[in-house]
Design a protein around this ligand. Structure first.
Ligand SMILES: [Fe+2]
Length: 248
């Protein structure tokens, strides 16, 4: 499996505190069946973790995992908060942050926690014109999407994807987030699942999420989510993932 949202790089944001914890998170991910992790440190005004910092962090962590013999591949990414549309476009064009994939076809585009950014529709259209699919992380955790699902559906209609967090399905965020996460899965408004893991407690748990998705809406829907995620990080990206070892 692939985790497209994980704060595993040590010492950059509110994720892994140090290399030891990052390795422990990678081990938990491996035991869960995850073989590829996109490291997505926050990219916000408070946490300006840009491309250079992410790429060197990925190299350092990968070297450590290789030393440990842990067969998990770390990919560079960012969780980019849409604080200002003009700045976002400038930073996208200048390569300030990492997309979710080397081809720059997907970007993890987070909403501010304080309220919906009304510039979002324009940014989604701008990205789609450039062949980029924005993936909106954990919409079920944002009150403005929970209270107004048509708002989220309108973004999906113009080409945005969503990412539901497994912790929401497990009820670890709050009851409303759980209910909305279930609704998104049932109504086929959940394009991807991810852990949004931050440490060994708020940890990688993707297989549990896929089991819940299959219970809520059938094995075919869960498999469809899995296939969408493979569009972001293909299974044979670097040959490091042995065939036939994947859990759904
Ligand atoms: Fe996150």
């Amino acid at each position: 499996m692939i985790d497209i949202h994980c704060h595993i790089l040590p010492g950059l944001d509110d994720g892994a505190a140090d290399m030891q914890e990052a390795v422990a998170m990678a081990r938990l991910a491996y035991e869960d069946g995850i073989r590829h992790i996109v490291a997505t440190p926050h990219f916000t005004s408070a946490y300006p973790n840009g491309r250079a910092v992410v790429e060197s962090g990925v190299r350092a962590l990968q070297a450590e995992l290789d030393r440990e013999g842990l067969a998990v591949t770390i990919h560079p990414g960012n969780e980019v908060r849409l604080e200002d549309a003009a700045r976002f476009r400038r930073e996208a064009e200048s390569g300030a942050f990492c997309f979710l994939d080397r081809q720059e076809s997907f970007v993890l585009l987070e909403q501010p926690w304080s309220g919906y950014n009304p510039e979002t529709a324009g940014v989604v259209a701008w990205l789609r014109e450039r062949g980029v699919t924005p993936v909106i992380p954990h919409p079920e955790r944002h009150y403005f999407f929970r209270d107004n699902l048509p708002l989220l559906e309108s973004l999906i209609a113009t080409g945005a994807w969503t990412q539901v967090s497994v912790d929401s399905l497990l009820g670890r965020n709050n009851a409303e987030a759980r209910q909305t996460a279930e609704t998104l899965i049932r109504r086929d408004l959940a394009h991807t699942l991810a852990t949004d893991a931050h440490n060994v407690n708020r940890k990688p748990n993707l297989s549990h999420g896929f089991r819940i998705a299959a219970e809520l809406s059938g094995a075919e829907r869960a498999e469809q989510i899995h296939r969408r995620m493979e569009q972001i990080i293909p299974a044979d990206r670097d040959g490091s993932r042995p065939a036939g070892t994947e859990a759904g």
